[in-house]
Design a protein. Structure first.
Length: 81
């Protein structure tokens, strides 16, 4: 069952993709999100726990949440600019 997302959240299902694909898709998706909007990434690649926070720091956005639920890694990125 998919968690319900808030109206200002865009959820990207990136399960099965290996790095750098999740970060590249996040970068593209952030272009379409307004400042203050949230992008939720659902990933299965364990390397995303390194790559996503690094990407967020480099691009000036905010990592609002990061959690692991079994083999699923979920990140919430808030667009800052």
């Amino acid at each position: 069952m998919q968690p319900l997302s808030k109206p200002d959240e865009i959820v990207l299902d990136l399960r099965g993709l290996k790095c750098p694909q999740p970060v590249l898709r996040a970068k593209k998706a952030l272009r379409a999100i307004p400042v203050g909007g949230t992008l939720v990434l659902e990933c299965t690649d364990p390397l995303t726990v390194i790559d996503v926070p690094h990407f967020v720091n480099q691009t000036g956005h905010a990592l609002a949440a990061q959690e692991r639920n079994g083999g699923l890694y979920v990140f919430k990125i808030v667009k800052q600019r």
